[in-house]
Design a protein around this ligand. Structure first.
Ligand SMILES: Cc1cc2nc3c(=O)[nH]c(=O)nc-3n(C[C@H](O)[C@H](O)[C@H](O)COP(=O)(O)OP(=O)(O)OC[C@H]3O[C@@H](n4cnc5c(N)ncnc54)[C@H](O)[C@@H]3O)c2cc1C
Length: 392
């Protein structure tokens, strides 16, 4: 069948990259790019970094979007899918191929008090406007976003309290043992970090904590994670499993339908499980494979996933997936400014986290990809390059 009409639901990084990759591969047919937000696609990582710091206002990904020849439908939300037709609040779109790239949205806390989120450019700009010296800011969640927001707010002179239900910062992302190594960064920045504290509800003027305690705050930001934006697909034939379930070629359960980015849980050949990442690099790269397969190819998407975060003046990078790891090895002085956590499974490196060690990260990512057995003593020794810490 000749492919003449491609519809992309979601005009974020993954949606835009799919459009770019289709054109780069010579596809000249129609593409409709539909996005809920009124803005053309923009980048999110700077929102919690340069935008909050006041260094950047505009993170638009492409100013020459019209050169890609797409029918751009902004401020329009996909609402349903049936019989080869995508429905939105404004119309219906028939397609030969459909790409689902609707991303993820923040989870809210219960309660009638005002709570801010940090997902969109408008969120970041309006938050920045209130981050004034002396503001009592409560951040719920010491994950990646909470840490970056605490960094920016403390630098702007706010009185920052971070409330985290887990035993340590980043516990949900990298485990409590590794996350605990970042606790002292909060204290050094003058941020009051309270772990093991559950929020019962957001109230006007503060947080009602479980156990009856009250935390007064002028502004509250909820940063407790995101969920894939796929509820609009309920009732369609597209199988959902913590996002749109795809195979290793990013094909959804319905023929002709593909998915990528934060909304997609793909079958990982490397880790032998369904995985969904909220990583910029995944939204950037997966569309290369998606576009190739949409146009008739059969390529596998099998990355060593990569993520970075900038917190309290440090570059933190993570590669791989430590879900099935059976060993955690520290590299370097975890009380110092440069160190790494290396996760092994059956003697092979499956993930690593580095603090201010970009070369270790790069070499580690390649070592994970190679699947070579690792020399545990070598990987623990910062004098041994990561690439040489292999069993020979
Ligand atoms: C503040 C912040 C900081 C980040 N920092 C980092 C970082 O440092 N490092 C890193 O690796 N990653 C970071 N990320 C994560 C990274 O930005 C995401 O992984 C990436 O944006 C995912 O792209 P996406 O296109 O899949 O989803 P999104 O960027 O969420 O785009 C999806 C788009 O689809 C739209 N949409 C949703 N539902 C519908 C619908 N029904 N119909 C039409 N459109 C719809 C949404 O409004 C959105 O515009 C950060 C994210 C945030 C929010």
């Amino acid at each position: 069948m000749r492919i003449e009409r491609v519809v992309i639901a979601g005009a974020g990084l993954a949606g835009l990259r799919t459009l770019e990759e289709l054109r780069a591969r010579g596809y000249q047919g129609a593409v409709t790019l539909i996005g809920t937000e009124a803005r053309p696609p923009y980048d999110r990582p700077p929102l919690s970094k340069g935008v909050l710091a006041g260094a950047v206002d505009d993170t638009t990904l492409r100013h020459d979007l019209s050169a890609l020849g797409a029918d751009l439908r902004l401020g329009e939300a996909a609402t349903g899918l049936a019989d080869g037709v995508l429905r939105t609040g404004r119309g219906e779109y028939a397609f030969d191929r459909l790409v689902l790239a609707t991303g993820a949205a923040p989870v809210q806390l219960p309660g009638p008090g005002p709570q801010r989120m940090l997902r969109t450019l408008d969120d970041a700009l309006s938050l920045r406007a209130v981050l004034k010296p002396g503001l009592r800011l409560a951040i719920v969640g010491a994950g990646w976003i909470g840490a970056e927001l605490a960094t920016a707010a403390a630098a702007r002179g706010c009185l920052v309290t971070v409330v985290e239900a887990g035993p340590a910062p980043l516990a949900a992302a990298i485990g409590a043992e590794a996350g605990a190594k970042t606790s002292r960064w909060y204290a050094a920045a003058g941020v009051d970090l309270r772990t093991g504290v559950h929020v019962a509800s957001v109230q006007p003027g503060g947080l009602a904590l479980a156990g009856g305690e009250w935390l007064a705050a002028d502004e509250i930001v909820t940063a407790i994670g995101v969920r894939p934006q796929v509820s609009w697909l309920a009732g369609s034939d597209v199988a959902l499993d913590n996002g749109v379930r795809t195979d290793e070629q990013l094909r959804a359960s319905v023929p002709g339908v593909f998915a990528a980015g934060d909304c997609a849980a793909f079958w990982s050949l490397r880790y032998r499980r369904l995985l969904r990442f909220e990583h910029w690099d995944v939204a950037l790269r997966a569309p290369e494979v998606l576009a190739a397969n949409l146009l008739g190819g059969s390529e596998n998407y099998d990355p060593v996933p990569y993520f970075w975060s900038e917190q309290f003046g440090r570059m933190v990078q993570y590669a791989g997936y430590h879900g099935g790891a059976d060993q955690l090895i520290w590299r370097g002085d975890t009380g110092g400014e440069r160190f790494a956590a290396c996760w092994l499974a059956a003697g092979k490196l499956v993930a690593l986290l580095t603090v201010a060690l970009p070369r270790d990260l790069q070499q580690g990512r390649r070592l994970i990809a190679s699947g070579q057995p690792v020399d545990a003593a070598g990987i623990a020794d910062p004098a041994v390059p990561v690439r040489d810490a292999v069993l020979r």
